[in-house]
Each structure stands twice: as C-alpha cells, then as structure tokens.
Ligand binder design. Structure first.
Ligand code: ADP
Ligand code: MG
Length: 618
C-alpha cells in the first residue's frame, strides 16, 4: 500500500498533461496494431462520440446549461462537410473549419433565445430542435437527399491526397486529441473557474466581474465546436449521411455518456463515450433496445453516481495520494503585508427601494470614504443587505443615485459595478463546490488582469505570468486572513467562520476600491474575530473604503470611523461610535436597552459589550 501511495504521489507530481498525452498517443496506434476492423470502427465512432460529449460537458457540466442541441450542431457540421464534398471540396481541413463554424452558428441561433430566458427554456428549445431535425433535413431534399440520404460525397483528402483506412483513423484520433488539449487548457484556466463559479451561482459570478450572459453564450458556442468537428469526421467516415444518424436516440446517448463519465470533467467524456459506444453495440438488437439501455444508464448513474465515474475516480485518487500539506514556510516567504489600495469614495443619495408594498429602503443617504471604515447597523430586516445589493447593482433603486468616485453606478449591470472596483462578501457565504480554497480565492482575481481565451488555449507567456500573479496574490490573501493551511481543501468543506474568511480573501485579491462586508464576523470564534478586526483596520489603513454591515456591536465600536444606523429602511442616526453608543433611540430600537438617567457612558458601553456576545447570532 505504501509503495502504491508513493507511486501515486510520483504520478500526481507529473505535469498535468503527461498522462493524457500518453493515452492519446496510445489511441492512435493501438487499433492499428490490433488490425481488427470492427474494433477500429467502434473506436472511430467512440472518438466521434467523445467530441460530442465533451461539448455537452462544457455547456452542461461546466456552465450548467441543460442544452440538448448537440445532435443538431453535429448534423449541421456533417451536412456542411457532406455538401462541400459533393461540390468537390474534399479537403478535410477545410471541411473541419466550415463544419465548426456552421455548428457554432447553429448553436448560437438556437441557444440565444433560450439563454435570454432561463435554463428550462433552453432545454425545451434544444429538445424540440432535436425532435424536428430529421424533418428539417428532409425539407431540403434537393441538397441533402432527404430520407434517402446524401450519397454523392467524394473521398476526403489531405494536401490533395485521398485519406482512407488506417490513415483516416489517425485523422480522427488527432483531431479529437487536439480538441481535448484545447478544452483542457480552457478548463484549467481562469475561464474554466469562471464557468464553474457561474454554474454554482450567477450572483457570485457577477460579483467577481463575470458577465453571465456572455459567459453562458461563450460556453454554448465553444461546446458547439467539437460537435461540428465530429460532424465533418462522421461525414467522411462512410461518405454517406442520412437523417437517422441524428435521431433523438443519439441525443440521449450523448447525454447518457456525459452523465456516466461525469459531465463536469474533461476526461469523463472519453470514458462515458467508450462505455456507451461499446456497451450499446453488445446488445444484439441494437436499434430496438438502445433507448431503453441509454435510459437505464441515465437513471442509474443519475441516482447512484452523481458526478459520474469522474468524481468517483477523483475521490479514489485523492484518497490514494493522501492529503496535500501546505508548506507554510513557503507561504510566509511570499508575504509582504498589505500593498496600498486605491480606495474609491461611495456616495449613496436618497436611495429608495421597495419590494411590492414593502419599503426596504427609504431615501437613504450614506457616504463612505477611502481609508475609513463606515459601519451600517440596524435590526434584522432594516434594509442593510438590501443597501449592499443596491450598491452592487443586484437591485436597481426605485429612486436616488449612487456614485463610486465620479462614476454613477446605479444603472450599471452588476458585473460592471464589480469591475469598477466593488467587491463584497455575502451574508450566507457563497462558495462554489468542486474547487479548492485556493481556486475559490483566485476566482476573485477575474476582474483584475484579463487573459483572453486564445492566450489560455495556447498557453502564451501572458497566461503563465498572470497565473503566477494570481497564485501569489491568493497565497498572500489566505495568509492575511489566517487560513492558508486550508488552501488545498475543498472550499465547501470549511466551517462557517473560515468560509467567511475565505470570502474576505477573495475580495482582497481584487485590490478593491470599495469593500462591502455583510455580517462577516458572525460564526467566527474569538481569535478569528480578533484577527479580522486587525485585518479590516489594516485594509482601511492601506487605503480601501470599507462598508461594514455587522451585528457584533463591540466590533463596530472598535473599528468604525463612522456609524450609520438603519431602522425600517431609513437612517435613524449617524455619527461617531461615541455618539451612536449614547444615542437613546439607537439603544432602544437596536439593542433594546433603555438607558436610565443616572447611567454613565461607561456602564452603557459595558452592557453593550455583553450584548455583543449574543449580537452575532441571527
Ligand atoms: P437586513 O439585512 O437589515 O437584515 P434586508 O435588507 O435583508 O435586511 O431586508 C430588508 C427588507 O427587505 C426585509 O423586509 C426583507 O423581507 C425585504 N427584502 C429583502 N430582499 C428582498 C427580496 N429580494 N424580495 C422581497 N423582499 C426583500
Ligand atoms: Mg442582512
């Protein structure tokens, strides 16, 4: 067991691409070595299915869009290649290119209406599209041959030479391999993390500067590319296309392969596709039972194995390799303390927001300045979180204006507000599953320096530079909030207090002009609160504007330069901590304390202190 673990660790330490590349090369040569025609054909079909499944994984597994239109894009690519071939354009590279473009066009045309609405409407539009497909193909009988099939294709060529037999197998394998390199490089980049963040929580995604619509569309368009490639490869396989190949049954096969392999996985697509392709073919009466078989696969894996074989393999591997320890000395060596932050002033003027008849905010004025901690207090339901949501752009105010520096932000989309420099934590920590603490913090860097998809796919120098910066900043932030030793753990496995600190770290890596903290101290133990207090002070001293919503009154008194007290959506009082601590209305409304005439300031404060111990609960 120990030697096995040692071996596993050594494999784990290899660069991430070594194993997949070895597998890919094996795929190219093994079937040729076997020389068995039927196995070779099964493998060709498996590779084509792999491409289709990987596209579905991008949109369904990573971006969380239930889009079943893969078959339509597949058909688009196949007929594009088929028609090119019919008219004498037999070059396979040209066909792959055109088929990819046609598939993206089909994907976007069919995807956009659904994306604008919600994921169910996308599921429905794509579902009907697949059902209608054979009829649509038949309508263009002249060109496609209708139900009789397209039989007029010519043998595909590369550099003018016809490609067939083993050579064509290599073409399919190489195209698939290249696509998987592209897909993997996207997933293992900030764009991949952005997709996972988006799937878990559009709210969180926007708060780190991700445009939800753009990202979903991108995932959907990217997911169409391999479907188009698969189409062109399929068309050249038999030089024959008929509508039956693009049936509803095949759509369910793709879905089943995705679920079996694990849809949030790059290599799960390969495993799922191979299982489904070889599994289905073992059934003697293939066409009759295939729907039943794929249906059973879907049900069994959906119920017993959420996350598919990939998540099972991942968990097993993690157990084998064992827990990865953080080298704290190395982390300390990176620490530099807080760099200067360019704080931006926040000006909220006469902001009103109602939900139905419920007036959550009524003509609220508030100003927060760089280098200062402004605290917002008030009983539950007084509108504190609503005010943060209005500032972030999640809610549009009914009246009033909000300025960040000189920029008016109350008309901006949330991701634009984030990019303008506003970061926040959430009253209920918002942390995506399936990523480590370190990755969750790096997600906060999304709005800082941009790295294009192309740079990520080709791993250009800029990609590596930004990636290194992202990691260094994330380690520093984790060290500042005091949870660096958890960096390699799954983020959602942390206890509440540490999840809050993680959110603070996620904000810090963005070097926020304005930092919004929503009840960030509740659920923290005493040590953590003490550390947080020091940290917030230092963040403000470094230049940031801090707006702190907090129930822990002692923390507020210690930290705030100015306190604004809300009640029923209106500002009830504002002033320095001393002024607020002595304001009779604040004391009675907010804390339920009735100060008697002969109570001195000191005794009120001491009562506040004991209150603050329970004040954090909600
Ligand atoms: P606090 O954070 O001070 O506890 P909130 O800002 O969460 O208070 O809530 C203020 C009021 O606005 C409450 O009455 C709450 O029910 C209402 N409210 C907040 N968000 C929504 C929403 N999305 N839809 C309807 N009502 C809301
Ligand atoms: Mg709240």
């Amino acid at each position: 067991m120990d030697s096995l673990r040692a071996l596993a660790r050594r494999v784990d330490a290899l660069p991430l691409w070594v194993l997949p590349l070895a597998l890919g090369v094996a795929v190219i040569f093994v079937p040729q070595a076997l020389g068995d025609y039927s196995i070779q054909r099964q493998m060709q079909l498996s590779l084509i299915l792999c491409l289709l499944v990987s596209g579905l994984n991008l949109s369904l597994g990573y971006a969380g869009e239930l889009a079943l239109g893969q078959v339509a894009m597949f058909a688009g690519g196949a007929y594009a290649a088929g028609l090119l071939s019919t008219y004498g354009h037999t070059d396979i590279v040209l066909q792959l290119l055109v088929a990819g473009l046609v598939a993206v066009a089909v994907g976007i045309i069919t995807g956009v209406p659904g994306l604008r609405l919600n994921s169910w409407s996308l599921a429905m539009t794509s579902f009907f599209l697949v059902l209608l497909l054979p009829d649509v193909i038949s309508i263009f009988k002249e060109e496609t041959g209708g139900r009789n099939g397209l039989v007029t294709m010519h043998r595909g060529t590369l550099l003018g030479e016809p490609v067939k037999g083993d050579a064509y197998f290599v073409v399919i394998a190489v195209v698939t391999l290249l696509w998987f390199v592209v897909m993997r490089n996207i997933i293992v980049s900030r764009h991949g993390t952005a997709l996972r963040v988006l799937k878990q929580s559009p709210v969180l995604a926007q708060s780190v500067g991700i445009s939800v619509f753009r990202m979903k569309l991108l995932a959907y368009a990217l997911g169409s590319v391999p479907a188009g490639l698969a189409g062109a490869l399929f068309a050249n396989l038999d030089l024959f296309l008929s509508p039956e190949a693009f049936s509803f049954t095949y759509a369910t096969t793709i879905l089943a392969a995705s679920i079996v392999g694990g849809s949030a996985s790059v290599y799960g697509a390969v495993v799922g596709a191979v299982i489904l392709q070889f599994g289905l073919n073992q059934s003697s009466d293939y066409t009759r039972y295939s729907l039943v078989i794929t249906g059973s696969f879907l049900l069994i894996c959906g119920v017993l194995l959420p996350g598919g074989l990939a998540s099972l393999a991942r968990a097993g591997w993690r157990r084998l390799v064992g827990r990865r320890e953080v080298d704290m000395a190395a982390v300390r060596a990176l620490s530099t303390g807080l760099p200067k932050i360019a704080g931006q002033s926040l000006r909220v003027e006469q902001v009103t927001k109602s939900f139905g008849g419920n007036r959550a905010l009524a003509e609220v004025d508030l100003e927060a300045r760089p280098g200062r901690v402004t605290a917002l207090i008030g009983p539950n339901g007084s509108g504190k979180t609503t005010l943060l949501n209005v500032v972030c752009g999640f809610y549009r105010p009914d009246a009033g204006a909000i300025h960040l520096g000189n920029v008016r932000i109350d008309r901006m989309a949330p991701h634009r507000v984030a990019r303008a420099g506003v970061t926040r934590t959430f009253q209920t920590p918002n942390i995506p599953p399936g990523i480590t603490v370190l990755e969750a913090v790096i997600a906060g860097r999304y709005m800082t320096r941009r790295v294009s998809m192309i740079e990520a796919v080709l791993r250009l120098p800029r990609f590596w530079r930004v990636r290194r910066e992202d990691e260094v900043e994330a380690w520093r932030a984790l060290d500042l909030v005091g949870i660096a030793e958890t960096a390699y753990l799954e983020a959602t496995s942390l206890p509440l207090g540490q999840r809050r600190l993680l959110e603070v770290a996620r904000c810090l890596v963005a070097r926020p002009g304005l930092l919004l903290l929503d009840e960030v101290a509740s659920g923290l133990d005493e040590d953590e609160v003490a550390r947080l207090r020091g940290l917030i002070r230092r963040v403000a001293d470094a230049g940031a504007t801090v707006l702190l919503v907090e129930h822990n009154f002692q923390l507020v008194l210690d930290l705030a330069d100015e306190i604004v007290a809300l009640a029923h959506g209106s500002v009830m009082a504002r002033g320095t901590p001393e002024q607020i601590a002595n304001d009779p209305r604040v004391l009675s409304e907010y804390l339920g304390v009735e100060p008697s005439r002969d109570d001195g300031e000191a005794s009120v404060l001491s009562r506040l202190m004991s209150d603050s111990i329970t004040g954090g609960d909600k």
